[in-house]
Write a protein that binds this ligand. Structure first.
Ligand SMILES: [Cu+2]
Length: 186
């Protein structure tokens, strides 16, 4: 009788241990999922979570109209600033140098837009409230198309710009003559 009782106790004990291990495993999996999604989402905006207020973009700060376009800094760094809005990019035509690192800083005013420069690896999502930034280099001079590749509303298919990649010396000569560089889409 007493050995049957201790046998039952032993079985119950083992079952409880098994279930508590299962519960601990579920808690650990949930914690791991929380940590992963937290890090993953924080890493997702190509901005590295640099934020900007989309309501005041046009009024003050880095993305005011006269600051958009390509700029050759005194230190020789090339920075392009642009915004995407329904249904155009501002500026609509970019002038960029070939063979030099180019840093893009871009954001959206209204909806999520996409930004890609054809046949290159320049490809990023533009999310209102975030500054998307990346640095790339264009090996060959020439014209490229710059369509919005994220459906952003009824005018989406008409949303695209143009990029002129110039030989570096030609770009530098133009940039030294102007403060910033845009081109008129042809
Ligand atoms: Cu768009």
């Amino acid at each position: 009788m007493s050995s049957a009782r201790s046998e039952a106790h032993h079985v119950a004990d083992a079952a409880e241990r098994r279930w508590s291990r299962l519960v601990a495993a579920i808690v650990l999996v949930l914690l791991a999922v929380m940590v992963f999604t937290g890090l993953h989402w924080a890493a997702m905006p190509p901005s590295r979570v640099e934020t900007v207020d989309p309501r005041t973009l046009h009024i003050r700060g880095e993305f005011v109209e006269e600051n958009l376009g390509t700029e050759l800094g005194a230190d020789g760094k090339v920075t392009v600033r642009l915004i995407a809005q329904q249904y155009s990019f501002e500026p609509q035509c970019l002038v960029l140098p070939a063979g030099m690192p180019v840093t893009f800083r871009a954001t959206a005013t209204d909806a999520i837009h996409g930004f890609i420069i054809g046949t290159t690896n320049a490809n990023v999502m533009l999310v209102p409230g975030f500054v998307a930034t990346f640095t790339t280099r264009f090996e060959r001079a020439g014209e490229r198309l710059m369509p919005c590749h994220e459906y952003c509303g009824t005018g989406h298919e008409a949303m695209w710009g143009r990029v002129q990649v110039l030989p570096a010396d030609e770009f530098i000569a133009k940039a030294r003559a102007n403060e910033r560089l845009n081109c008129v889409p042809s």
